[in-house]
Design a protein around this ligand. Structure first.
Ligand code: 3PG
Length: 209
């Protein structure tokens, strides 16, 4: 599953974390991000229309690779998978979610912050985890400290990552990509400024992994 997820992400340095308030924004937003070079996107289940947004992007935006984020339990995992999510992201790790992921072809990227959580994910066979909330949980210093004792686990830090610090995270040997909402800020989505979002995506897509 880890390999499947990594091949889906295909070296993309930044995964946009999206909050879709108005479902009509989903398709133009996914297109703008893809044009800017960020094909893999995470639509979070933080709004009523999130599942419908995933459905539309999965059906209408061929060039995008849509994932679901903020998945908290097995029921949401199943709903998101049925909506067409190609990968699923959760802020933390639970037994229920690991079980749901085990029975599904859709790979899970669960959050882990402590060595114990990372070890639990590792026991479930996962070698690629979300480190969330990154900045608030020790950030770069914590990830550096994990590199030696937890050498075979790689991370996608998310939470507090911006254009300013993304490159420093991506320089770490145990970081594969980062996630963040900075490439698609709420105000630009609301104003339908797709060209500006495309430009932010293009900048982010050029970061070295
Ligand atoms: C997430 O769920 O990954 C985060 O909420 C994204 O964090 P950010 O808004 O600080 O980028």
């Amino acid at each position: 599953k880890t390999e499947k997820l990594l091949s889906l992400l295909n070296g993309q340095p930044v995964i946009p974390v999206l909050k879709i308030v108005n479902v009509a924004d989903a398709v133009p937003l996914a297109r703008a991000l893809s044009r800017g070079g960020l094909r893999a996107i995470e639509i979070t289940l933080r709004t009523a229309d999130a599942l419908e947004a995933i459905r539309r992007v999965a059906a209408e935006v061929e060039e995008a690779l849509v994932g679901a984020g903020t998945i908290l339990d097995a029921k949401q995992f199943d709903e998101a998978a049925r909506a067409g999510s190609k990968f699923i992201v959760s802020p933390g790790i639970t037994r229920e979610l690991l079980d749901a992921a085990k029975d599904s072809p859709v790979p899970l990227l669960p959050g882990a912050i402590t060595p114990g959580e990372i070890m639990a994910a590792r026991e479930a066979g996962l070698r690629f985890l979300k480190f969330f909330p990154a900045e608030q949980s020790g950030g770069i210093a914590s990830l550096k400290a994990f590199a030696s004792p937890l050498a075979d686990v790689k991370f996608c830090p998310t939470g507090g990552i911006t254009a300013r610090n993304a490159a420093d995270y991506l320089n770490l040997p145990n970081v594969i990509c980062v996630g963040g909402s900075w490439v698609a800020p709420d105000d630009l989505i609301k104003a339908g400024k797709w060209d500006e979002i495309e430009a932010l995506a293009r900048e982010a897509s050029k970061l070295k992994t």
